[in-house]
Design a protein around this ligand. Structure first.
Ligand code: PEP
Ligand code: MN
Length: 361
C-alpha cells in the first residue's frame, strides 16, 4: 500500500486538539478559539459518541455539525470528527468536515469499516484510523486496507492504546511495538499519538506525548475542554487550553537526523557497534541451540522428557538476578528468555521426532 501524507511536514509535530465531545455551541466555539490562538492544525470533537455502557452522553448528533461549521468559518481551523456508519459519513461530508476518524470500537468490526469504506468510494478526504480496542495487529491493518481499497490515499493512523483486564497505570496500554511494526512496513504512513486515551488522566499526558515524539511520531491528538471537570465524557483526561499550551511548549521535538557532522559520525560508529554486537548475539544463540539439540539427542536416547519445569524455573530465576546486576529489566529478561527457551524446546522436539522416525523405520 502507498499512502499520501495527510499532514504537511513541519518543524514541529502536527497538533490535533479539541474536546472529547461537542457538548454545546458555546463550549465548542470557546474551546476552538482558545486552541486557534495556540496554532493547532486540526480541531477535533466527537459528534456521535460510542459509549462502552448505555446511559452516558451519546453525543450532540447532527446539531453539533452546525457548531463545527461555525468553528471553521470563525477560526479558519479545519475540523475532524469520528464516523462509525454510512449516515455519519454522509452527514459529516454534507457539513464540510475536513478529516474523518474511525474510532477504536469501530476498527474492531470489519462490517462497520467496510460500510464506511463503501460510503467513501469516490470521495477524496483524509481518514485517520485508530487502533482497535484489542491488541490485534491484523485487525488494524485490515481496517487500513479496507479504506485504502475504497480509493482513499490520504490515510494516517491514530495510536490510542489497547484495552486490558486488570490494574494498570494506563487507561489503554500503549504497546508501542505495534506502531514500530506499522512504521517498519509502511514508512510513509503518518502516525498520530492520542495520548489522552492512552493515559486516561492528566498527570501522565506530558510524559506520553514526549515518548511519542522520541519515537518520531508525526503528531499528537489531545482532548482539550474549556472546563474539563464538567465535561460530559472523559472528564478525567481532558485539560484546559492553557494547560495544553504549556504541555506543547514543554515538548522537545526530535528530528530524523542532525546537521552536526561530528554527532552524525558518532551515531554511525555506535550503530556499527550495535550491528557487531547483534552478530555476536546470534552466534551465541546459535551455539546455545546446538547444545540444546545435543541435549535433545541425549534425552531421546534415554526417554527423558523435554520440559523440566524445575530446571526452567532455576534458569529463569538466575537470569532475572543476573539481569538486575546488568541493568536489564525483569520484563525484558523474562520475555527474552521465554523466547529462547521456546526455541530450545522446539529444536529438541524436532531431534526427538527424527530419532523416533529412525527407530521405527
Ligand atoms: C475519542 O476520541 O473520543 C474516542 C471515542 O476515542 P477511542 O475511539 O480511541 O476510544
Ligand atoms: Mn474521549
Amino acid at each position: 500500500m502507498q499512502f499520501k501524507p495527510v499532514f504537511e511536514k513541519k518543524e514541529r509535530p502536527f497538533l490535533i486538539a479539541g474536546p472529547c465531545s461537542a457538548e454545546s455551541e458555546q463550549q465548542v466555539l470557546e474551546t476552538a478559539r482558545a486552541l486557534a490562538a495556540q496554532n493547532i492544525d486540526l480541531f477535533r470533537a466527537g459528534i456521535w459518541k460510542p459509549r462502552t455502557r448505555p446511559g452516558g452522553f451519546e453525543g450532540a448528533g447532527t446539531e453539533g455539525l452546525h457548531w463545527l461549521r461555525k468553528v471553521k468559518a470563525e477560526t479558519g481551523l479545519p475540523v475532524c470528527t469520528e464516523v462509525a456508519n454510512t449516515q455519519h459519513v454522509f452527514e459529516a461530508l454534507k457539513f464540510g468536515v475536513d478529516v474523518l476518524w474511525i474510532g477504536a470500537r469501530t476498527t474492531v468490526n470489519p462490517f462497520s469499516v467496510q460500510e464506511i469504506a463503501n460510503a467513501l468510494e469516490g470521495v477524496d478526504i483524509p481518514v485517520l484510523v485508530k487502533n482497535p480496542v484489542n491488541a490485534d495487529f491484523k485487525l488494524w491493518l485490515g481496517a487500513i486496507e479496507r479504506i485504502h481499497k475504497a480509493g482513499i490515499e490520504r490515510i494516517a493512523v491514530i495510536h490510542r492504546g489497547f484495552s486490558y483486564h486488570g490494574e494498570s497505570r494506563w487507561r489503554n496500554v500503549p504497546r508501542w511495538e505495534f506502531v514500530i511494526e506499522l512504521k517498519r512496513r509502511f514508512p510513509d504512513l503518518q502516525v498520530i499519538c492520542d495520548h489522552s486515551h492512552i493515559c486516561g488522566r492528566r498527570d501522565t499526558l506530558q510524559m506520553v506525548a514526549q515518548r511519542a515524539l522520541d519515537l518520531n511520531y508525526d503528531g499528537l491528538m489531545t482532548e482539550v475542554h474549556q472546563n474539563p471537570d464538567t465535561a460530559l465524557s472523559d472528564a478525567q483526561q481532558q485539560i484546559t487550553p492553557e494547560e495544553y499550551g504549556t504541555l506543547i511548549h514543554q515538548l522537545t521535538v526530535r528530528h530524523k537526523t542532525t546537521a552536526d557532522e561530528s554527532s552524525r559520525h558518532s551515531l554511525e560508529q555506535l550503530r556499527h557497534l550495535i550491528d557487531e554486537l547483534d552478530e555476536e548475539l546470534f552466534q551465541v544463540l546459535s551455539a546455545r541451540m546446538r547444545v540444546a539439540r545435543e541435549i535433545g539427542q541425549l534425552k531421546a536416547r534415554n526417554n527423558i522428557a523435554i520440559l523440566q519445569p524445575a530446571r526452567w524455573n532455576e534458569i529463569l530465576e538466575k537470569a532475572v538476578d543476573k539481569g538486575k546486576q546488568l541493568e536489564l529489566s525483569r520484563t525484558f529478561v523474562e520475555t527474552f528468555l521465554r523466547a529462547v527457551h521456546q526455541e530450545s524446546i522446539e529444536q529438541q522436539a524436532r531431534v526427538m521426532v527424527e530419532k523416533e522416525a529412525v527407530r521405527s523405520s
